[in-house]
Write a protein that binds this ligand. Sequence first.
Ligand code: GDP
Length: 202
Amino acid sequence: MLIRSASFVKSSITLNQCPETSLPEFGFIGRSNVGKSSLINLLTGWSGLAKISGEPGKTRTINHFLINDDWYLVDLPGYGYAKVPVKLREKWIKDVKDYILHRKNLLCLFVLIDSRHPPQRSDLDFMEFLGINAVPFARVFTKSDKISGSSLRKSIQQYDYEMLKIWEIVPLTFITSTINRKGREEILNFIEETINNLSKQV
Ligand code: GDP
């Protein structure tokens, strides 16, 4: 897919505040510092579109970006070690889960996972939540340039091993690096195909 235009539309805290639209949308989520802003900038080709935060857990809002006047890319708040009061964190989690469960035009959620770390309980629990609620999602292993090919394969196998304890199959998986632009075409092509398949069904 060629990116012809990409623009920021709106930041929302709750589902009700999100733009009213029937355009398809694709969400990006992951633990703080996983490389989400960097990946969004890589995909859209507009550096700085999603601000790369040096401070873990900075993104708190549901951010809508309109791509090619055709679909929305949605930057969702990072989960994980945000240094905030428990009550506030619970409120964010509730708002994001509400969006994920009830946003009708959400076609796929990309769950970003840092390739360098062994399976994290928070990532596994979050994907289990998506599975239980039949939310379509794909895994994205980020920062693949930071480890060797064999370590990367091992990382993915470890996730597969944990997930196959409760799943029959492993979800669709992408591998990315913003340093060597790995995974960009694959993710954009997948988004394009998903949108095309949807228009064939209508
Ligand atoms: P976010 O908090 O998930 O939005 O993460 P950022 O996009 O701000 O990235 C966190 C840090 O990881 C930054 O220092 C980025 O430069 C770095 N980073 C992100 N993606 C990659 C990648 O693919 N390769 C490498 N080497 N560094 C990355």
